[in-house]
Each structure stands twice: as C-alpha cells, then as structure tokens.
Design a protein around this ligand. Structure first.
Ligand code: UDP
Length: 330
C-alpha cells in the first residue's frame, strides 16, 4: 500500500489519481486543514482509497496509520506552502513542514518502510544565480518556506546514510491546471497563484486581476516562471516510485517544462484560450518574487524518462473548467 500524505490537496490528489490508474492501493493521510473532504470523496469514487485524518505534528496520528496498514512507500505532500505567510509565521512552517516530516521519517524507520517521494520546491534555490536552474545550483532559500523544505532534504540525506531510507526529492517549479475530467482541482483559500487568480477574476464577483510589477528586467517587464501541468507532475511521482523500487537509490530532480513564460504572456494566453477580454491592473511588486525562474529538467528526463505532455493552454482550459465547478461547491 502507498501512503499519500496531503492526498486531499492539489498536487497530492492528482497524484492519487495517477497512482490509482497504475493499479496502486492508496491510503491518504491529511489533516484537512488545507485539504478538502470533497476531494477525498471524489478520489474514493475512482478507486481503492482509504482515508485517515491526522496531523504529522502529532507522531501518534501517523504511528496509528503505520500500525494499521502495510505501507510499502510514502509519497509526501502534506505541508504549508505560502511563502508570504512563512515569513510572518516561520514557526508554523518549521513545526509542520520540518518537524512534521521528521515525525513521519522516524515512524517510517520504526516500521521499516524505506522509500519516500518528497514534494520539494524550486524555492530551495532562492534567488537564482543563473537560469535555467539545474540540480547543481546552490540551494540558498530566501523564505522560511524554502528553508523548511531544504531542511527536510538535508535530513533525508542523513536518514539514507544512517537507516538506508531512500528518498526522491522532486523540486517543483510552478504547477498549473487540473484533472482533465475535473474530478479534483486546485482549491486554495486564499488563492495566491497566477492562473487561478486570472481565471477567478472572470467569474461574477471576482476581484480584478492584478499583475504584481511590470518593471522587472525581463523582455516585457513581468516575472518569468516555468508552469508545469499538474497531471504531468503527478506522473513524475509514479516514475519516482518506480525508480525507488528498481534502483533503491536516493536522488533529486527538478520538475519543470524548461520554458519560461512571463506573467503577461500567461495573461494573454488566458484571454486567448478563454476567448475573453479580461480586466487587469498593474500594481507594485510582490515582496520576495524572483525575477526569472525556470528549470533545466534534463536530469528527470534522462533518468526517470519523464516528459511534459500537456501545454499551458491545457492547463488554462482545465483550470477554468475546475473553477466553474468550484463556484458551485462554494
Ligand atoms: N502573480 C501576479 N498576480 C497574481 C498572482 C501572481 O502578478 O494575482 C505573479 C507573481 O508575482 C509571480 C508569478 O505571477 O511573478 C507567479 O506567481 P505564483 O504565486 O503563481 O507562483 P510563485 O512563482 O510565487 O510560486
């Protein structure tokens, strides 16, 4: 059985669908602080998915799951992921993302479970010294969120040496889109991400979409990011699991498309795909935004055989369809 922590969240739920399709049996562990029970219910309609509510900060919660099920491997998403909030409330991030993961790893060691795929982030690199960013780029996070994830990466290296616990760290770039059948999708409160914010602004009472700064040193003045489709990203987790089973080795991979798109490019793509004129306001820069961040994803392509199959238009189309559905759920 595969334990998916944070399986009621955005990337976690898409990975659960991918793993169900690959014939895996899943148990989701989620506190539902940010995840949603409706997402768990949607997943349970698709396949064999057990659900255990619990919090990684409480080691007894996770111990109970390991004593109840025979867990072969863990795919670990459960984390807080708002950069701004992490600056204001670092304790929340270190307690949950770092200390919570330590509880998980210790429980894995206790129950002799030796494989984990970990949601890491390009935020562990901090302000890039060069782009595209490869895995050898120095890791110097500029937010407690990035640091909380980098600390886990470091702990995992030590746990491999000490206990033979093998880990794959997937350093995501920007993630977008949703399940093409809209069974699950991106559901954050508050929503801070670019594509859902553009999409939301087109619905009824939606707030006017704001571009955070157009005075960056980029061709059109707006920040550049690498938007990887969530279904493509989910597939990378399945491949990582396969790699752990076959190679029994720890490793780390950047997960991006290698294409840098500016905020204005994404905005125009949204207008085109949705066939709408969308209102926009240019405002001041958002604190902590790096100018340009995109991946060199050569390593994941050559080592895991991963390749992005979906386009940014696919991500925008599905994000919009999901938002239509979300409007009826709220
Ligand atoms: N962004 C924006 N308006 C929004 C949300 C995001 O202009 O309402 C910009 C943000 O400044 C950044 C890019 O879009 O340059 C991607 O931001 P997002 O929060 O989606 O991801 P991040 O790169 O911060 O993880």
């Amino acid at each position: 059985m595969i334990l998916v922590t944070g399986g009621a969240g955005y990337i976690g739920s898409h990975t659960v669908i991918n793993l169900i399709n690959a014939g895996e049996k899943i148990v989701i562990f989620d506190s539902l602080e940010n995840g949603h029970i409706e997402i768990v219910q949607a997943l349970q309609k698709i396949g064999d998915v057990k659900f255990e509510k619990g919090d990684l900060r409480n080691i007894d919660d996770i111990d109970k799951v390991f004593s109840k099920y025979d867990i072969e491997a863990v795919v670990h998403f459960a984390a807080f992921a708002l950069v701004g909030e992490s600056v204001e409330n670092p304790a929340k991030y270190y307690r949950n993302n770092t200390f919570g993961t330590l509880n998980l790893l210790d429980t894995m060691v206790k129950y002799n479970c030796k494989k984990i795929v970990f949601s890491s982030t390009c935020a562990t690199y901090g302000n890039p010294q060069y782009v595209p960013v490869d895995e050898k780029h120095p890791q110097a996070p500029i937010s407690p969120y990035g640091t909380s994830k980098l600390m886990v990466e470091m702990i995992m290296k030590d746990y491999d040496k000490a206990y033979g616990l093998k880990s794959i760290k997937l350093r995501y770039f920007n993630v977008a889109g949703c399940d093409k059948n809209c069974r699950v999708g991106e559901w954050h409160e508050p929503e801070t991400h670019l594509i859902p914010n553009i999409v939301k602004s087109t619905f009824g009472e939606g707030k006017v979409f704001k571009i955070f700064g157009d005075d960056y040193n980029t061709p059109d003045g707006t920040c550049i990011r690498d938007y990887v489709n969530v279904e493509d990203l989910a597939e990378a987790h399945r491949l990582a699991l396969e790699y752990l089973r076959k190679e029994n080795k720890s490793n780390e991979f950047n997960l991006g498309t290698e294409q840098g798109d500016s905020v204005k490019t994404i905005f125009k793509a949204c207008e085109k795909v949705l066939d709408k004129k969308i209102e926009v306001e240019i405002t001041a820069r958002r604190d902590g935004d790096a100018e340009a961040l995109y991946a060199n994803a050569n390593k994941v392509k050559t080592t895991l055989g991963w390749k992005p199959l979906r386009t940014i238009e696919d991500s925008i189309t599905t994000a919009y369809k999901w938002e239509e559905k979300l409007q009826t759920l709220l």
